[in-house]
Design a protein around this ligand. Structure first.
Ligand SMILES: C[S@@+](CC[C@H](N)C(=O)[O-])C[C@H]1O[C@@H](n2cnc3c(N)ncnc32)[C@H](O)[C@@H]1O
Length: 397
């Protein structure tokens, strides 16, 4: 093991989206655990989410990044691309110019759709212009290929105006599809969407103005603009992400299929969902941004009908899901770092026991914990709860 290069900690990683269960704040704890079982093989981030681990490990090792959600692959590729920004010095300016033209063409085509958030509002007046925008779901914008957000999400998480800009940047991204900058553009757009959205860091529901103070708070977000956030993030990427000499693969697969693909002796980092809430419901809008497939939607939150149901979020399936994971880790002679918490769907002691039994006597199984303030993304009265984050470290002897 001595001649295996250890992975660096304390890497400055650009941040893209607010994400439930993101390991961003305890990423050094995770990388230290990976270092304990590092092999000469690749590191696989099996449930990548924000893909922050790829951000830390880029240009340090071969990475395989996987998540069932398509937006996670975009974030991973944005981190893992080998960039040469030099010959493309006007890139950001060109993207903004193209999106500005598209947005203005859209605004000019529908002059009656003019929603001004700069004025003073009564609650009734505010609710009325919000509702008017939500009714745009019944409008015909078919003369523009890129109108998904204006039609589906005006007056919900974003205003009509913000939605038109989201569509414009999404359309412009396609012009860069064959370049190394495609995923950086989409990831920067996700950042802008995340910080313009009036919801509390996810897309499970948007807030209603039920009082003057909630209206004032929503107005703060309605008055924001997509472009400054987009530009800020693109500039940060230009400043922080340069060459990446290591190869990488990015998959959008169920974890079982991904484990079939990894080479022997990979180090797998597994951070599955802990709670009963499905990520596909909380982040449907990001999935739709990436897939841009005009899906059938349902409920007040306007979720995709075809959203993924994870076995890790279903009490009757969670144990079997972990057992499958351990079996496949064993058959690949892989090492495993598994994140879980003391508030998860399965008791931590039971999970350790299951790992020890399924991996058998060719593995050692250790546990480390760290106290951590978990964001509940506004689901509880207490906005964050103290939980113990654990890593179960399984190493092939
Ligand atoms: C706790 S989050 C991972 C957070 C990530 N480590 C980070 O720091 O951003 C769990 C992830 O598992 C993904 N997921 C859920 N079920 C899955 C499955 N069956 N196969 C692959 N990914 C799955 C979700 O989409 C979600 O992004």
């Amino acid at each position: 093991m001595n001649n295996i290069a250890m992975l660096d900690l304390d890497v400055n990683v650009p941040h893209f989206i607010k994400y439930m269960g993101s390991k961003r704040k305890i990423i050094n704890f995770v990388v230290e655990a990976i270092n304990e079982v590092k092999t000469e093989g690749p590191v696989c981030d099996l449930f990548a989410g924000t893909s922050v681990l790829s951000g830390v490990l880029r240009n340090q090792t071969h990475i395989i990044s996987n998540d069932i959600q398509a937006y996670s692959a975009v974030l991973a590729k944005a981190y893992l691309t080998d960039y040469n920004w030099q010959p493309n010095s006007s890139l950001i300016q060109d993207v903004v110019a193209s999106a500005t033209k598209k947005a203005n063409d859209f605004f000019n085509a529908f002059p009656a759709l003019n929603f001004d958030y700069e004025m003073e509002f009564s609650i009734e007046g505010f609710l009325a212009i919000e509702e008017k925008q939500r009714q745009l779901i019944n409008s015909d914008f078919d003369s523009f290929d890129y109108h998904l957000f204006a039609k589906y999400y005006s007056g919900t998480y974003w205003s009509y105006n913000q939605c038109v800009w989201i569509d414009a940047y999404r359309s412009t991204a396609e012009e860069y599809k064959e370049t190394p900058f495609y995923n950086a553009i989409l990831a920067s757009l996700m950042f802008a969407m995340s910080y313009n959205s009036q919801s509390t860091g996810h897309y499970a529901q948007y807030r209603d103005a039920s009082s003057r103070s909630s209206m004032e708070d929503i107005l703060i977000y309605r008055r924001k603009e997509i472009t400054p956030f987009f530009v800020r993030k693109m500039e940060e990427l230009q400043d922080t992400l340069g060459i990446n000499n290591y190869s990488s693969q990015t998959y959008c697969l169920d974890y079982r299929e991904c484990l079939e693909k990894i080479p022997e002796k990979t180090v797998v980092y597994a951070d599955p969902p802990y709670a009963f809430v499905h990520y596909s419901r909380f982040y449907h809008a990001l999935e739709t941004l990436v897939r841009y497939d005009y899906p059938n939607i349902q409920h007040k939150g306007r979720y995709r009908v075809d959203r993924h149901q994870s076995p890790f979020c279903i009490r009757t399936q969670v144990e079997g899901a972990f057992q499958e994971m351990f079996k496949r880790i064993h058959s690949k002679s892989a090492n495993l770092v598994l994140s879980y918490s003391n508030t998860g769907m399965i008791d931590l002691d039971n999970l350790i026991d299951l790992a020890t039994r399924t991996l058998g006597n060719q593995y050692t199984v250790d546990v480390k914990t760290v106290d951590y303030l978990h964001s509940t993304m506004g689901r509880r009265e207490d906005k964050s709860r103290s939980v113990q984050e654990a890593v179960i470290i399984a190493k092939r002897i």
